[in-house]
Ligand binder design. Structure first.
Ligand code: CO
Length: 317
């Protein structure tokens, strides 16, 4: 009887399978992609490679591959004309999202190009993630997780980034209500429940410990609340409908729009001006500190959580 009840209440097995499949594909794309991050390789070729791996495994990107170097903590993806290449000493965060039928996996790693100067900065976010995952279970205080993340990172002599957080996921929703902080926080009253899907992502820095908004990231999202009623421009109306159909409520890259519109640059600018799209800014470390990040997606179980995005050769935590 108990078992039956559990079956009735628990996440549909089919949905769970999709979460795990998306996790496997995101992990594969992340790990294969990281192998391509070498001195002289272009950001564009790495981004395209990772996204093509996601597609060839019958999933879709849940957001554009984020390639954030050095003091950029998150939110950057190259445009089609980008000519930047990785340089010796770059500290590179590769943040990958894949979804199957809207069920998302979100995962990131940090690698250094040809140097080993920032290995302890990377260890700090890696260890913080391990501790956070160990603590994750139904009813746990998220503030306590933040406290542990902070303690772990400061024990390495670095600071957590206090205004970035992990986040719960829902079908086609990247930020579904729960935030997992990198520091203790009194504002977090919600607690995780069984079957919650959560991306945990500690960020560590040798800078100030906060991010500020920088230039455009080339990553956009359709503004969900914006009504199309009263919008007189027929063309913009059609274009925003097309974007919503193509990317749903998930973020997308300018790169992906060239196949949608003949005049993508003008169209995206116009839609952003009309407030139908939001253009995410790059997130820059306030003191231009170096930033490391590590991220996994987990599903909360009765006693703990299961990682969906574990790499092939990654030890189980
Ligand atoms: Co995330």
């Amino acid at each position: 009887m108990k078992l039956m009840l559990w079956c009735l209440n628990s996440m549909d097995e089919e949905i769970k399978d999709k979460y795990f499949k998306a996790g496997e594909i995101a992990a594969l794309a992340r790990d294969k992609g990281v192998e391509k991050v070498k001195k002289g390789a272009s950001l564009l070729e790495v981004a395209n490679y990772i996204e093509s791996l996601i597609y060839s495994n019958n999933a879709k990107p849940a957001f554009p591959v984020n390639i954030a170097r050095n003091h950029i903590a998150a939110h950057f993806t190259p445009n089609p004309k980008n000519t930047q290449v990785f340089k010796k000493g770059d500290l590179v965060k590769i943040d990958v999202g894949a979804h199957i039928d809207g069920y998302i996996a979100d995962t990131a790693v940090t690698v250094e190009v040809d140097t080993d100067v920032h290995s302890s900065l990377c260890d700090a976010s890696n260890e913080a993630l391990k501790h956070a995952i160990k603590m994750m279970k139904p009813g746990v205080s998220l503030s306590k997780i933040g406290e542990t993340v902070e303690k772990t990172i400061t024990s390495y002599g670095f600071k957590p980034i206090e205004n970035l957080t992990g986040h719960s996921l829902n079908r086609f929703v990247l930020h579904a209500g729960l935030s997992i902080p990198n520091v203790p926080s009194i504002n977090l009253l919600k607690k995780p429940h069984v079957d919650d899907v959560i991306a945990i992502e500690p960020f560590a820095t040798d800078g100030y410990g906060r991010v500020i908004s920088g230039k455009g990231s080339n990553i956009y999202i359709a503004q969900a609340s914006k009504s199309l009623r009263g919008l007189r421009e027929k063309r913009s109306k059609l274009q925003i409908k097309r974007i919503k159909k193509e990317f749903n409520s998930l973020p997308f890259a300018f790169r992906w729009c060239e196949k949608l519109f003949s005049n993508a640059e003008v169209s995206i600018q116009r839609l952003t001006y009309l407030n139908l799209l939001h253009h995410f800014p790059q997130l820059i470390e306030q003191n231009n500190g170096m930033v490391s990040q590590k991220e996994h997606t987990v599903i909360v179980t009765e006693n703990g959580c299961e990682i969906t995005t574990l790499g092939k050769n990654e030890e189980v935590i």
